[in-house]
Design a protein around this ligand. Structure first.
Ligand code: GAL
Length: 676
């Protein structure tokens, strides 16, 4: 398998971070020192310009690019490449003063005043025009600079706007989606309910807080529109940059499982996926191993947005952050481990927010590589330099990828629908947590699942878990049917296949759209349990799983019953079933149990699929990257105990030693085993 090198000019991993020289233009000594320190920290990149608009264009039409040129030049001369950002994430005051329409209108209908960031209207023609002007100028000036290796579009796209421009675009979007036929929309949105029928598209308003919030179709389409509109804004920026030099790859920094945007719709328009990773290390809810496990899931989401290609960790805190409820310092050793985890999961970069702490304003105490102390003689700096050193050692792994034979199905539309539906128990829907729990349980078995959308091709996979797939997109059921038919092992759970893409319930029994035949069950009722309620499932082998939150009552139509409820009036009825369908097996888990308990089921699915199970010690993860000349197995021990893993071989690139059979990882230790 070929390697997919993201940055041929760099020839390895990117190590860098957000750099804001515009905050220090009156301190040339500091800017000079930055270059020396960056080299000392083993950094080879800097992200410039993220919030530089007012320094680049201090007044409308007056451009000051010389300072940026000096910085890019100086960095380049010292082997540090630039990720150049467009500045659209925050607006200069002159812009809002002259063009108030650039400021967003919120859900109550109130227009924001100037200030903050990430709060522009995505539809505003004048804002788009002003952004295009500065983007083009930046591209013309720097787009052919040998030091510029990537464009970073705006910053952390998010949010929605209810201004007149957005309303107009929403109506046009709906007209297009429903073929200009209001009756199609009425049918899709079931508007005969509560007399909500529309006569024309002009009557439709987005879900203002004092307006229409009870039409599920409207709520869903507004979310879809917000993604579409944000993506359209991003595409407009990309088009301008590519129009000048199409050879520079573009990315936009995403945020973990951000609820507001369907990242799967945005990823195809960028060359590389990148994201900002800020786990709450050492929190009081979970062990460090659990925090790492969840972070591994987030990395898997990002890696799966562009399968077969490395992604980037665009931001992470070198020390602590400043916005969490409790801003805890990363304990010694955790930084390196977290950075290595990103690489292990398929990132080709370790980048930080931020390089140097500013003196003032909102983020003045946010962690940085260089503290207010201003020296390299700090614990954080040394740990960053250690990362730089390690990235150099493992540089040949850059461009390799994580390939998985197992996938978890996670869908944004589905999450929006579950969040909005008036049913079940409002506080225990937990779609995201359920997916993460199952994903983590597979990781504990040594299986690093991809995280794919419900309309994605499942061809490369042998095991698929599709928890709570409440909404079936057109084609999803067919896709799953084909997957099982050709020998796949599929797991679905309660709340599967209740509604279609318009959130209209399937008639004739859930799971709809032909899935009843695949699973051999019909879900007749669903019980929501209070937090203190419990039921149980008695398995064939005599074991018992605890049920909380949800229990569906099934009619079995051809499936084999593997587990039955132990309590309540539906005691003895089917809770876990399996149906052999085509060459594969379709499991239906009708109730919620902790994913940990379902491990024997996961093992059985993996065994039938021929995917080897490797039980690792608690708190140890393994991720494998391969491509080019070999493969790299990353072992990460996020516990405070030594861990021993047997049955492994390879050259450990961390310690530069040969491992044959047994690998001993110290507390918070890691190894990267290379084999040809
Ligand atoms: C990110 C953002 C950065 C910075 C950072 C602080 O979400 O992109 O600009 O604010 O958070 O943690």
């Amino acid at each position: 398998m070929e390697k997919k090198i993201l940055f041929p000019r760099v020839g390895g991993f990117l190590h860098g971070g957000d750099y804001n020289p515009e905050q220090w233009l009156d301190r040339p000594d500091i800017l000079e020192e930055d270059v020396r320190l960056m080299k000392k920290a083993g950094m080879n990149s800097a992200t410039l310009g993220v919030f530089s608009w007012s320094a680049l264009e201090p007044a409308e039409g007056e451009f000051h690019f010389a300072w940026l040129e000096t910085v890019i030049d100086r960095l380049y001369e010292n082997g540090i490449y630039t990720v150049l950002s467009t500045p659209s994430g925050a607006r200069p005051a002159w812009l809002d003063e002259a063009y108030p329409e650039a400021m967003r209108v919120d859900r109550t209908g109130m227009r924001a005043r100037h200030g903050g960031r990430h709060n522009h209207c995505m539809s505003s023609p004048v804002y788009r025009e002003k952004v295009a002007v500065i983007d083009r100028k930046l591209a013309e000036r720097f787009g052919f600079h040998p030091g510029v290796i990537m464009y970073h579009i705006s910053n952390e796209f998010s949010g929605e706007c209810f201004c007149p421009h957005c309303i107009e675009r929403f109506r046009a979007y709906l007209a297009c989606r429903y073929d200009n036929d209001i009756e199609k929309l009425n049918a899709a949105w079931w508007t005969a309910f509560w007399s909500h029928r529309y006569n024309n598209f002009r009557q439709i308003e987005p879900p203002f807080s004092n307006g229409e919030n009870s039409v599920m179709g409207l709520n869903m389409e507004w979310k879809r529109f917000t993604t579409w509109n944000t993506n359209d804004f991003m595409k407009a920026e990309i088009e301008v940059l590519r129009g000048v030099n199409p050879d520079i790859p573009v990315t936009a920094n995403l945020m973990r499982l951000f609820e507001g945007l369907d990242y799967r719709k945005m990823a195809p328009d960028m060359d590389v996926v990148s994201w900002d990773n800020y786990p709450a290390f050492h929190n009081d809810r979970e062990t460090l191993g659990e925090t790492f496990g969840e972070t591994a899931f987030q990395h898997a989401v990002m890696r799966s947005l562009k399968r077969g290609k490395p992604f980037m960790m665009m931001e992470s805190a070198p020390g602590l952050v400043s916005w969490q409820a409790v801003n805890k310092m990363k304990r010694p050793g955790v930084h390196l481990l977290a950075c290595l985890q990103a690489i292990a999961c398929g990132s080709d970069s370790v980048q930080y927010f931020q390089w140097r702490k500013g003196r003032g304003s909102y983020e003045q105490f946010h962690g940085a590589v260089v503290d207010h102390l201003g020296t390299d003689d700090t614990r954080v700096f040394r740990e960053v330099a250690e990362v730089g050193e390690l990235l150099r050692k493992i540089a040949p792994a850059a461009g390799t990828i994580v390939k998985s034979k197992a996938a978890l199905l996670f869908d944004w539309d589905n999450r929006w629908a579950i969040a909005d539906v008036k049913a079940f128990s409002q506080d225990s829907k937990k779609y995201e947590e359920t997916c993460i729990d199952i994903w983590k349980a597979f990781l504990r078995l040594g299986v690093d699942m991809d995280v794919v959308g419900s309309d994605e091709d499942l061809d490369g996979y042998d095991v698929v878990a599709a928890p709570m797939l409440y909404m079936l997109q057109p084609g999803t059921a067919e896709n799953l049917k084909r997957f099982v038919g050709r020998g796949g092992q599929l797991l679905a759970t309660y709340c599967t296949g209740y509604v279609d893409r318009e959130q209209l319930c399937f008639l004739g029994g859930f799971p709809g759209d032909g899935l009843k035949e695949v699973f051999g069950v019909v879900s007749e009722e669903i019980d929501s349990l209070y937090p203190s309620d419990r039921n149980g499932i008695a398995l064939e082998d005599g074991s018992r799983w605890e049920v909380r939150d949800y229990a569906e009552v099934l009619r079995v139509r051809g499936a084999r019953v593997l587990g039955r409820y132990t309590d309540d009036f539906y005691m003895g009825t089917a809770a876990l079933t399996c149906r052999e369908y085509g060459q594969g097996k379709a499991y239906y888990m009708a109730a919620r149990t902790a994913a940990e308990q379902m491990t024997p089921l996961f093992e059985r699915m993996l065994a039938d699929a021929g995917i080897p199970v490797r039980k690792l010690p608690e708190g140890v993860e393994c991720h494998v990257r391969s491509g080019g000349a070999g493969s790299y197995a990353f072992y990460i021990n996020s516990t405070s105990e030594q861990a021993v893993i047997s049955g492994v071989t390879g050259r450990d690139l961390v310690t530069d030693t040969e491992v044959r059979g047994e690998l001993t990882l110290p507390a918070l230790g890691a190894a990267v085993l290379y084999t040809q």
